[in-house]
Design a protein around this ligand. Structure first.
Ligand code: GDP
Ligand code: MG
Length: 201
C-alpha cells in the first residue's frame, strides 16, 4: 500500500473564486496546512468537460438528487420534484452555466489525508451553513434557498474531491500525466520523517 503522504486530491477554484480575487488566499490555506501542490493550470472549461466532471461517478445523479430532496424535507419545504434524476438534471444545467462563465484554476494537491484535509479547509457545500474558519464559511454567503429562487447554481468558490477514488477520476479527467510533477518539499521531512536526527548541530 502507498504511504499516506502519497494521497492526492483535485481542487478547482470556481469562476466566482477567481472573480473574488481569492486564488492566492485559497492556495495559501492548502499550503499552510502542509500539503504539496503538484499540478496547476488556468483555463475556461467547456460545458461538456463540466458535465463529465460531475458524472464521473455513475451514482452522482441519483445520490445528489436524493440528498437534495432530503435537504428540502429536513427544512420543512416541498422539493420541486420527487424524482432525484429530475432534480439533478436542473442542478447540472445550472452548474454548466456557472462553471463555464469564466476562467477556473485547477490544481492537484498531495499529502497525508489530502482529500479529507482539503474538504475540512474548504468547508460544507452550502456557504450559509459552512463553518467559520473554512474557505466557504469565511469568504461567501450564498444559500440553496437564494440560488434555487434565482434559478442558478450555488456559488461556493471552490470544488474539492469527496473521496480518494473520486479524486483519482477527476485528476485524470482534467490533467495529463505529464502535467503532474513528482518532487520533494523540504518541509515533508518534519511532517513525515520518523527519524528527526540531523536537526541539532
Ligand atoms: P461538493 O462536493 O461539496 O461540491 O458538493 P456535491 O458534490 O454534493 O454537489 C455538487 C454541486 O451540486 C454543488 O456545488 C451544488 O452546486 C449542487 N448541489 C448539491 N447539493 C445541492 C442541494 O441540496 N441543492 C442545490 N440547489 N444544489 C445542490
Ligand atoms: Mg462533490
Amino acid at each position: 500500500m502507498a504511504h499516506h503522504k502519497e494521497e492526492r486530491t483535485y481542487v478547482m477554484v470556481k469562476p466566482d473564486g477567481v472573480q473574488r480575487s481569492l486564488i492566492g488566499e485559497i492556495i495559501k490555506r492548502f499550503e499552510q496546512v502542509g500539503l504539496k501542490l503538484v499540478a496547476l493550470k488556468m483555463f475556461v472549461p467547456t460545458a461538456e468537460m463540466i458535465e463529465q466532471h460531475y458524472t464521473l461517478d455513475p451514482e452522482w445523479r441519483r445520490v445528489t438528487g436524493e440528498k437534495t430532496i432530503k435537504g428540502y424535507k429536513d427544512k420543512g419545504l416541498t422539493p420541486p420534484s420527487e424524482d432525484p434524476l429530475e432534480i439533478t438534471a436542473k442542478i447540472l444545467a445550472n452548474l454548466k452555466k456557472y462553471m463555464v462563465s469564466g476562467p477556473v484554476v485547477a490544481m492537484v494537491w498531495k499529502g497525508a489525508h489530502a482529500v479529507k484535509i482539503i474538504r475540512k479547509v474548504v468547508g460544507g457545500t452550502e456557504p450559509l451553513t459552512s463553518d467559520m474558519g473554512t474557505i466557504r464559511g469565511d469568504f461567501v454567503l450564498d444559500s440553496y434557498q437564494m440560488s434555487d429562487t434565482d434559478g442558478r447554481a450555488v456559488r461556493n468558490l471552490v470544488h474539492a474531491s469527496g473521496s480518494p477514488a473520486e479524486a483519482e477520476m477527476e485528476i485524470s479527467h482534467w490533467f495529463k500525466k505529464e502535467e503532474l510533477i513528482d518532487y520533494r518539499l523540504v518541509s515533508e521531512q518534519i511532517l513525515y520523517d520518523v527519524n528527526l536526527d540531523g536537526i541539532l548541530e
